[in-house]
Design a protein around this ligand. Sequence first.
Ligand code: HEC
Length: 249
Amino acid sequence: MIKGYNLTNIGTPLKVLFTSYLCVVAVGYMMAFTQILFTHGMADGKFGLSVDDIVYSYYGDRTGTLIENKLNGSMKDMAEDHDRLEIIKWVREGAEESTFESSGVKMVFENNCLACHSSEAGMGLPDFSQFENIKERADQDTGASFSSLTRVSHIHLFGISFIFFFVGAIFVFAKNVPIWLKSLVIAMPFVSQIMDIASWWLTKFDPMFAWLVLIGGSGMGAAFAFMWVVSVYEMWLSKRDDSSVIDEH
Ligand code: HEC
């Protein structure tokens, strides 16, 4: 770190750059959290994030099928009640291809699901215009698939470490935080992130690990909030410390 420079005395342009970045990342963080509430948060059919949600998302609700569980969870609003029941009934009766069309279930899928669940929709979701993709999910719900876990894991590892590298790099210049605390808070999101992602995989095998997901996620959130508030506070509200600055830039 350049001697003498800290968040209270860097020039205004740099403060504006840092603050703009921190604000956009904070909005991104809130959006990510909202998305978690609407997907994982709904896994047990009730709003709000709980250990059950995490078990259902990664280990699966093994008493039911994935289609039925989703139709009672995050996919609940995608079809009218009677249409949902029609699918559920067909799935419980064995999800036979011979009755797929005659039972009217094919139509329900076409009208309510293909808008997102098809290759044309380009959302990377399972394509329900192919019967085998439906059939596969009419089996016991064993939670997130390996392919979705590897996809989401690598996106998170790269994306989140990138964000926390910059948030940490700004926070490094905080003036009023002891070095031990600063080092701890900078390391925390990276450690939490590894713990969070490792526990998705562990929960896939044993629901016991679901609480680790919550701890990992909370650790990351707490470190983010701390770095954000301290950095913004020092840039705009702390008394300017000019004691060892040579010139402004
Ligand atoms: C507005 C877009 C949209 C519509 C319409 C939609 N889905 Fe989904 N579906 C998603 C998203 C996004 C996911 C991934 C997040 C999740 O699992 O909640 C998903 C996931 C699923 C999954 C889990 C797939 C897997 O392998 O993990 C099933 C099963 C499912 N949807 C069933 C349905 C059914 C049945 C319908 C129609 C009644 C439907 N969806 C309509 C967006 C949609």
